[in-house]
Design a protein around this ligand. Sequence first.
Ligand SMILES: O=C(O)C[C@H]1C=CC(=O)O1
Length: 98
Amino acid sequence: MLYLVRMDVKLPATLAPAEADAIKAREKAYSQGLQREGRWRHLWRVVGEYANYSVFDVESNDELHTLLSQLPLFPYMQIQVTPLAQHPSAIASAITAN
Ligand SMILES: O=C(O)C[C@H]1C=CC(=O)O1
């Protein structure tokens, strides 16, 4: 199942820069692991914002929730999830649904 996910990151001003850097490093390693597994298919920066649009390919809502809630930046994110279905007029897609 494919999901479009928007993540907006809001780090508190009180968070020490070294702690913020450590969390971002863990986030990068975690996200790259999921990308290598093929479960995090796309990761795009939103121009001008500390936000991304991502496409996840997972088995269920529960799997996506588990995966998102384990993001190191999860406590500092607003997350919006949109489940995706096949469009009947699509002739090609950069991503292939199962
Ligand atoms: O920077 C972000 O958009 C937040 C997050 C998503 C992947 C990652 O490495 O950081």
